[in-house]
Write a protein that binds this ligand. Sequence first.
Ligand code: AMO
Length: 418
Amino acid sequence: MRIAGHLQDYRALGGVAFALVRDGSGIAQVTLKKETTDPALFAFFASTPRESVIQVDGLVQTSPKAQRGMELIPTQAELLSLAQVPLPLGVVDKVGAELDTRLNHRVMDLRKPAVRAIFELRTALLEGLRQAFLSRGFLEVETPKILRQGAEGGATMFAVDYFDSPAFLAQSPQLYKQMLMSAGFERVFEIAPAFRAEPSDTVRHLTEFTSVDGEVAYIRDGDDVRQVLEAALADTLATARTRLESMGNPFAEKLPVARPPFPRIPFAECEQLLERPGAEQDLATEDEKRLGEILVEKYGNPFYFLTDFPAATKTHTFYAHRYDDRPNLVDYFDLDYRGMELASGGRREHRLDRLTANIRVAGLDPATLEGYLEAFRFGMPPHGGWGFGLDRFVTVLAELPNIREARLFPRDRYRLTP
Ligand code: AMO
């Protein structure tokens, strides 16, 4: 039997010595015995720095005391890659390092099985999401990330030099997923990076995040969108749980069961619950958290939708549909999980004249959005959709204190490396 991996630890205890070798599947115990093992192997393990990559050949024996009930009795060992001393960050240290230190030496941090488990969770969620949408007849699409014009408000656009003219990194696939409704695609989803120049340093914002977007044609109202989203999330969690159980991942049993229909609470009611009636501002993070406590207690579901936002809170969201009979409200929602906004979406304005008026109210010149508007000139079905933040979903499910831990190499206001 041959194993290869990082030499995690080596301990000699009199006549016997144990080496722990870690690979993607776990930790193997290598046992050296004075009477039978070549002294050169003792010397090899004793002199090889921790975390070096080694390869060991030997015979497998059952051993009730070893972690996996088996041990390898080595006959040969080889150094594949030397680890320098000292390590910038211990892989097995009990004492937790500061997040900044961990992120500065992220590769070492990712070697920790508990950290790796977060990315197994992420993989399982991606599998669940794809399966949930594909089984509902969605096409998976990839829209451009280098754009001439943004959709989510000017303040958070990253400008890039595009040969001789300005361009922007996509804040969301918003305009393109809507254009695909006019193309007749009817149901699309996209899982892709989104970029926001978020200057604020918070535990729930990144400058690069993964957005899980969906768009559906021929809906009647925002509730048709909510029904698709909540059912897809319930399936996603079920698929992820099955996958994680098969991997022995510790998050398998912690995943919540999503039980649609999630409660739907109009924004006006939230204002009352928060005792700030009539405010025409979107909820601040503190309000969101407090509301989460109240609503989870009241409805017993960690997932809930906030609906029917005042149009004044969404003026930059020119694509949102204002109710015809209540033009001061938009048929728009947020999906929250215990006080964390995971998604927002709703019904879109598919009528060209009203859409153009909304664009002007948002302070934009419709001429700059001509490529988008053309899709509305030649037959656009009623439609709606959502944008869902995968990193926030991982953050709440893994109960991480900071969204940065949900990404391999997070990007924020101050971090562009590693
Ligand atoms: P919105 O701007 O609300 O909506 O974004 C949708 C979801 O994306 C996530 N998100 C973020 N995650 C991490 N860091 C950030 N800086 C960040 N910004 C947003 C959140 C949020 O709920 N086009 C619309 C969606 C639509 O209407 O279809 C949009 O982008 O989880």
